[in-house]
Every structure is written in structure tokens, then in C-alpha cells.
Design a protein around this ligand. Structure first.
Ligand SMILES: [Zn+2]
Length: 115
């Protein structure tokens, strides 16, 4: 038995490539946003109740790092408010901070079912 291999090539020492660093940075950004969303709303994403700058409450699909309908600014987003029919900064709110009536109303006011 011999450990020798005739065609074994020695790989160069692994250096994090540029692509890997970008992937890691993106992953970290997603993790941070997921943590911030969780801290703020008590959930990791999915259908969340959000509040716009004018105080309207509505529910929206909120996924860290996935968004086609809003401009993302950390856990603030610029997106269309279906209650007032305007564009606004929105942020997730804790469902536990709302009264039952506010929550029921927010859950009825859904925007487009896209992340
Ligand atoms: Zn609004």
C-alpha cells in the first residue's frame, strides 16, 4: 500500500476569492436584516404588519433580502401603502403592540402578494 499518487496535483493554498467575500458579505447582510426584522416584529419575515409614515397599518409579505416591490433601506422600506394609496417609508410593527381591532384591520389591508 502506498500513499503515492502519480497524478496527484497539489492545490494552491485556499485564499478567499473575491466572489466568496461578496457572498459572505451578502449572507451577513441577510442575517443582520433577519435579526433586525425579528427584533422589531418578533418574526423572521413572511406576512408582517407594517406601518407607514402616516400611521396606516397593513400587512405585507416581508422577506429579508427578497423584495421586488420596495426600495430597501435597512428594515425601513419605501413601498406603496394600500390604505392611503401613497408611497411611504414603512417599517414592521409588533402585532402584540396593536389592539385586536387594529390587527384585524391591518390583516385585511393587504398589498400585492409579492415579497
Ligand atoms: Zn399610508
Amino acid at each position: 500500500m502506498s500513499a503515492h499518487t502519480s497524478n496527484g496535483r497539489v492545490h494552491p493554498p485556499a485564499r478567499p476569492s473575491r466572489r466568496l467575500r461578496i457572498a459572505l458579505a451578502a449572507l451577513a447582510a441577510v442575517a443582520i436584516e433577519a435579526a433586525a426584522t425579528w427584533l422589531r416584529s418578533g418574526r423572521l419575515g413572511g406576512s408582517l404588519i407594517v406601518r407607514c409614515r402616516r400611521g396606516h397599518l397593513f400587512s405585507t409579505i416581508w422577506l429579508p433580502a427578497a423584495s421586488v416591490k420596495s426600495l430597501r433601506l435597512g428594515f425601513w422600506r419605501v413601498q406603496r401603502c394600500p390604505v392611503g394609496g401613497h408611497w411611504s417609508l414603512v417599517a414592521p410593527v409588533r402585532a402584540s403592540e396593536l389592539t385586536g381591532r387594529q390587527r384585524a384591520r391591518a390583516e385585511r389591508a393587504k398589498d400585492v402578494r409579492l415579497p
